[in-house]
Write a protein that binds this ligand. Structure first.
Ligand code: ADP
Ligand code: ASP
Ligand code: MG
Length: 408
């Protein structure tokens, strides 16, 4: 078999963890498999680097930020290679550029355009182990770029596709995908198999266990992911094409995302084209708008409320203040302490009453719903950030997702 093994921050968080990770690489080689490795920075390192830059400047240039944060992965790739070599394994570290990850030039959110993988395949066939830095690449001008937070997952799946691996093993600090974040709900249940489609909803609605784009890539190229623990040798969760062995509950899980901010622009003189006016400049700034609500508030005037990632709150507020004047709207309100909670399940397609049940549960907890958005297989509400844990716990129990006493 040909395998790409990816190790997240906690799996390389100390020298001791790097040794355990080397055990896992060595074991695959011992089984006769061809292996390439992708590593994250040591846990906490990327945040530490960003923190240092922010102490120097409120708005550091994207190019320098990427040059800075890319170093975290270089440290772990080199350390793991040193440990593997000490065991007599022919491993060697590669930066994103050296591994052939070509990206566009959007710093901090670059997209992989192509991976020059011929040399990697050759080396793997010769029994060598490339240890590739996740999260990064190089643009056409030679600038270092990064793929967005959690981007090593995407590096790993992209590499697996490029070297035509049989599977992409993603090692982390949990032993699989759970019905919700086990850090919030200890009684969450592990899901043995999940389809790409459902995993994509989980990820894009906030379950940061896999970066959303890694799941998109896996789905597009049908690259199965085995999400598993680097701490415990137990089977994890297989993310793959939907098949008959998959469980079909009405609700398969609950996701949340705290990285949200809400903005309202009030009293806009209503006429065709205002939504385009509001969201045009936001799109030009490459900011992803998520939940949108528009309502007619008074005669001839309308309000628009929407959410953006919290990191983009300041920029979006600046854009809205400028627009407010131009469009002769009344005012702009902002709140960067909101969060999104979603229930997800393909079974919702054929069951009614899920929304009502969700709203009842939240009301029972005294949680105020600020915005609602639905699709065929998910219902999302925007609530105050301080109520997330309670909302997730209550929904998890109400939809029958808690593990049995004996299992949990
Ligand atoms: P890594 O550093 O290995 O990439 P992450 O911290 O990015 O690890 O992802 C693993 C974490 O994702 C877990 O520790 C867990 O708290 C969180 N998580 C959120 N939602 C889920 C979920 N539904 N199933 C499993 N883990 C989840
Ligand atoms: N080190 C990067 C981050 O913390 C990428 C990753 O871990 O996937 O976001
Ligand atoms: Mg991660």
């Amino acid at each position: 078999m040909r395998i790409v093994q990816k190790f997240g921050g906690t799996s390389v968080g100390s020298l001791e963890r790097i040794r355990r990770t080397a055990d896992l690489v060595q074991a695959e080689i011992g089984r006769g498999n061809e292996v390439a490795v992708v590593v994250s920075a040591m846990s906490g390192e990327t945040n530490r680097l960003i923190g240092m830059a922010r102490e120097l400047s409120p708005a550091p240039a994207g190019r320098e930020m990427d040059a800075l944060v890319a170093t975290g992965e270089q440290v772990t790739a080199a350390l793991l290679s040193i440990e593997l070599q000490a065991r007599g394994i022919f491993a060697y570290s590669c930066s994103g550029a050296q591994a052939g990850f070509r990206t566009d030039s959007q710093h901090a959110r670059a997209r992989i355009k192509h991976i020059d993988s011929a040399h990697l395949i050759r080396h793997m066939q010769a029994g060598q182990v490339p240890v590739v830095t996740g999260f990064q690449g190089v643009d056409e001008h030679g600038n270092v770029t990064t793929l967005g937070r959690g981007g090593s997952d995407t590096s790993a799946v992209a590499l697996a596709v490029a070297v035509k691996a049989d599977v992409c093993d993603i090692y982390t600090d949990v032993d699989g995908v759970y019905t919700t974040d086990p850090r919030i709900v200890p009684r969450a249940r592990k899901i043995d198999r999940i389809s790409y489609e459902e995993m994509l909803e989980f990820a894009s609605l906030g379950a940061k266990v896999l970066q959303t784009r890694s799941v998109e890539l896996a789905m597009r190229y049908d690259m199965p992911i085995h999400l598993r623990s680097s701490f415990e040798p137990v089977p994890g969760t297989i993310v793959s094409r939907e098949d008959d062995t998959m469980e079909r509950a009405v609700i398969s899980g609950v996701a949340y995302n705290r990285d949200e901010a809400k903005i309202t622009i009030r009293g806009i003189p209503d006429h065709p084209g205002i939504a385009a006016n509001v969201f045009g400049p936001v799109a030009e700034a490459a900011i992803n708008v998520d939940v949108i609500v528009q309502n007619v508030s008074e005669q001839g005037y309308t309000d628009i409320t929407f959410t953006v990632p919290r990191d983009d709150f300041g920029t979006t507020m600046d854009i809205m203040h400028k627009l407010c004047g131009e469009m002769q709207a009344r005012d702009v309100l902002g709140d960067d302490t909101v969060a999104k909670v979603s229930v997800i399940g393909v079974g919702m397609r054929s069951h009614s009453g899920v929304a009502k049940k969700m709203f009842d549960v939240l009301a029972g907890e005294g949680i105020n719903i600020q915005m609602i958005s639905t699709s065929e297989i998910k219902i999302t509400v925007v609530i105050d950030e301080s109520q997330v844990d309670r909302a997730v716990q209550a929904l998890h129990t109400a939809f029958g997702l808690d593990a049995e006493e004996s299992e949990g």
